[in-house]
Design a protein. Structure first.
Ligand code: ADP
Ligand code: MG
Length: 230
């Protein structure tokens, strides 16, 4: 694997939020060992897929699990900007198109147990690359090595890619921006992810305004986050 040259930006989330992510990571562990490959999507852009994927992956890694995060949003990759990569970085599209070997697209990060597979250059044909047999082969190889593989996917509403990725995963998570998406679109996206054959694990309601929210003391990611606090 390539040496450490990607740094996790420690300023992504507050300490309080990181507690919610730890609760989320713990809940995912409770789902059992069969749920290893997890795709994270949303109805549309900007709801928080990448943020949730990165922080969920980090929280799982902090629990001592070996985690790989894959940037599957090849059309709109933000992962490297968030991880502050140094130098030229190859990624998923370079591997899927056959231009580099798998050993050249995995990068250690400065978070113990967390490896990243960046998206690579924007290809002319992202969807067909994901449909290639290489993608499936790659995931089955990783599955033997990592405890969790978190895949940041494009939005379900925009392109078919998320469903294609979900087809190769054990479970899917939908990030939903609070007060931004109509219920029927969330339902449609959930149905689409379920039709891929992976288990729908649930919705993460993101960007909840805690000041005005009727979710009260429940926290953003379930009702464990604020337990024991004022
Ligand atoms: N819980 C949150 N609270 C505040 N801002 C957030 C939250 N989650 C994500 N963001 C911000 O929203 C923007 C979009 O998030 P991002 O994860 O890139 O979305 P996506 O990957 O779904 O397009 C980013 O600027 C990110 O920092
Ligand atoms: Mg994103």
């Amino acid at each position: 694997m390539t040496k450490i040259d990607i740094l996790y930006n420690k300023n992504i989330i507050s300490k309080e939020l990181s507690e919610h992510y730890t609760a989320l990571a713990t809940n995912i562990q409770f789902l059992g060992k069969d749920i290893k490959k997890i795709v994270v999507s949303s109805v549309q852009e900007n709801e928080g897929k990448s943020t949730v994927s990165i922080n969920l992956a980090k929280s799982l890694a902090d629990l001592g699990l070996k985690v790989l995060i894959i940037d599957g949003d090849t059309r709109n990759s933000v992962m490297l900007a968030r991880f502050k990569a140094r130098g030229k970085v190859e990624g998923l599209t370079s591997y899927l198109s056959g231009s580099v070997g798998i050993e050249n697209v995995l990068y250690e990060t400065d978070v113990n147990n967390l490896t990243i597979l960046p998206s690579g250059q924007i290809p002319p044909n992202p969807t067909s690359l994901l449909q290639s047999r290489n993608f499936e082969i790659m995931l089955s190889a990783f599955e033997k090595y990592y405890d969790y593989i978190i895949i940041d996917a494009p939005p379900v509403g925009a392109v078919i890619d998320a469903a294609i990725i979900a087809k190769q995963c054990d479970g899917s998570i939908l990030v939903v921006q609070s007060d931004a998406i109509k219920r029927k679109f969330v339902k449609k996206a959930k149905d689409q992810l379920e039709q891929s054959g992976s288990k729908f694990l649930g919705v993460i309601l993101n960007k909840v305004d805690m000041e005005v929210s009727s979710y009260g003391g429940y926290g953003i990611y379930g009702n464990y986050g604020n337990y024991g606090k004022k």
